[in-house]
Design a protein around this ligand. Structure first.
Ligand code: XLS
Ligand code: NI
Ligand code: NI
Length: 434
């Protein structure tokens, strides 16, 4: 154990009455919920990017944190960062972690050097993982920070950037595969535009579609068994991003023949930026058959930015897990905290406490969701609301046509009798569980 987390013990489950701020009050990995251990339902992952690579900057000011692995520009400090990150995974008992290439190795400028340092650091990870460390939920490429990506990666007007992006994603898929990663993520922060005045929308989308097909072809070629996940977000950093939301992504996947090959990684904050709720995005993805994984970080509702805060709202988390459980639960996906502590939260203890709180609120939400499902009140309300569609006449109608329906409306003098949607009653019902 390095000095960095000195004095911070391994976090334990102490139950609801515990007053210890560094204990789980709800997250009890072995507790069985709906026939499955909590750990297997939630599949928590710590995000290397925000917890170990982000330095506390905002649009008006730079680094606030002081960490022994700064500046993040050489391999010696990259390894120190890895030592400390794996210490925290152990303190939390986190079963998974995830990373971007740029989080874990220095940026060299040349592709060959970036690939070699990525290979070196991921070999270092492999040793730690073999020695009892967590598993890899997903790997990904950061194709948005370096200036080469400013006009996009696969959608860049310059084919050399497309080529650099292809080589970069290949190297990250190789590293993810080597580490037994369970998914590979693509988030296109700069796959979009700043102004349509300089943008050939049609060819950019075609290039992005071809690029994603190459990802899938390469996955099959190397025998990567994990899921390929695209992460929707409407904007930020680009003014407009092509992967706007779940529905937009699904249309894109269908157009390029990928809807059976690619699933989605849905982030709470991105759902809010798109003008949706998290559960809307989850339920939509589930209904379209593309629910992959979740990034469980919330936005500040006042700021309108993707503030990437740790979750802290039980009702929101509970309805999200309700839709996940209803869809059969997370398969290769997990609950990733793509979240960062506030820039004034300088201490190692802040970093640990943020994850402890996030894991605990998710466990609490999961238990509430499971209790709702077990009680079955929402399912009953739903089947009663749609029961009319169970009649043979209603089912037959879907196979008929406007003329015959009109005849039936006249013959049977159909005059609909509106029924209450019972929204408040259902909201009150949910509040019994959260
Ligand atoms: C940024 C995204 C990013 C992805 C991975 O807003 O959430 O963190 O999850 O590139
Ligand atoms: Ni985000
Ligand atoms: Ni994310």
């Amino acid at each position: 154990m390095k000095q960095f987390f000195e004095g911070i013990p391994k976090i334990k489950y102490e139950g609801e009455d515990s007053r210890n701020p560094l204990a789980f009050r709800h997250y009890n990995p072995d507790e069985v919920v709906l026939g499955k251990r909590m750990e297997e339902h939630l599949r928590f992952a710590v995000a290397y990017w925000h917890s170990f690579a982000w330095e506390g900057g905002d649009p008006f000011g730079g680094q606030t944190f002081e960490r022994p692995w700064y500046p993040q520009d050489n391999m010696e400090r990259a390894k120190l960062k890895a030592d400390i990150a794996f210490d925290m995974f152990d303190i939390l008992g986190a079963p998974y972690f995830c990373f971007h290439d740029l989080d874990v190795r220095p940026e060299a400028g040349s592709f060959a050097e970036n690939r070699d340092t990525l290979n070196e650091i991921t070999d270092y990870f492999a040793e730690k993982m073999a020695a009892g460390g967590p598993k890899l939920l997903w790997g990904t490429a950061n194709m948005f920070t370096h200036r080469r990506w400013m006009s996009g990666a696969s959608t860049n007007p310059d084919p050399d950037v497309f080529a650099f992006a292809a080589a970069t994603v290949k190297s990250c898929m190789d590293a993810t595969h080597k580490l037994g990663g369970e998914n590979y993520v693509l988030w296109g922060g700069r796959e979009g535009y700043e102004t349509l005045l300089n943008t050939d929308l049609t060819s950019e989308l075609d290039h992005m579609g071809r690029f994603l097909n190459m990802v899938v072809e390469y996955k099959h070629k190397i025998g990567f068994k994990g899921a390929i996940l695209v992460e929707p977000k409407p904007q930020e950093p680009s003014k407009h991003q092509y992967d706007y939301d779940v529905a937009t992504c699904f249309g894109f996947l269908q157009k390029y023949g990928l809807e059976k090959e690619v699933q989605l990684n849905i982030e709470q904050g991105h759902a809010i930026l798109a003008g949706h709720s998290f559960e809307h995005e989850i339920a939509t993805a589930a209904s379209l058959g593309v629910l992959g994984s979740i990034d469980m970080n919330r936005n500040d509702y006042q700021s309108g930015w993707d503030t990437d805060q740790f979750p802290n709202n039980t009702p929101e988390v509970a309805v999200a897990y309700y839709h996940i459980l209803k869809a059969g639960g997370l398969k290769t996906g997990g609950t990733n905290f793509d979240a960062k502590v506030r820039r004034q939260s300088l201490d190692a203890e802040d970093l640990v406490a943020a994850h402890v709180g996030g894991m605990d609120i998710c466990a609490r939400g999961l238990k509430a969701a499971a209790a709702m499902l077990e009680d079955g009140g929402l399912e009953e309300a739903l089947s009663s609301r749609y029961e009319g569609w169970q009649t043979p006449e209603a089912k037959a109608m879907l196979g008929s046509d406007f003329e015959s329906i009109t005849k039936r409306v006249l013959a049977e003098e159909i005059a609909p009798d509106p029924r209450s949607g019972r929204q408040e009653i259902l909201e009150n019902y949910v509040n019994r569980f959260v």
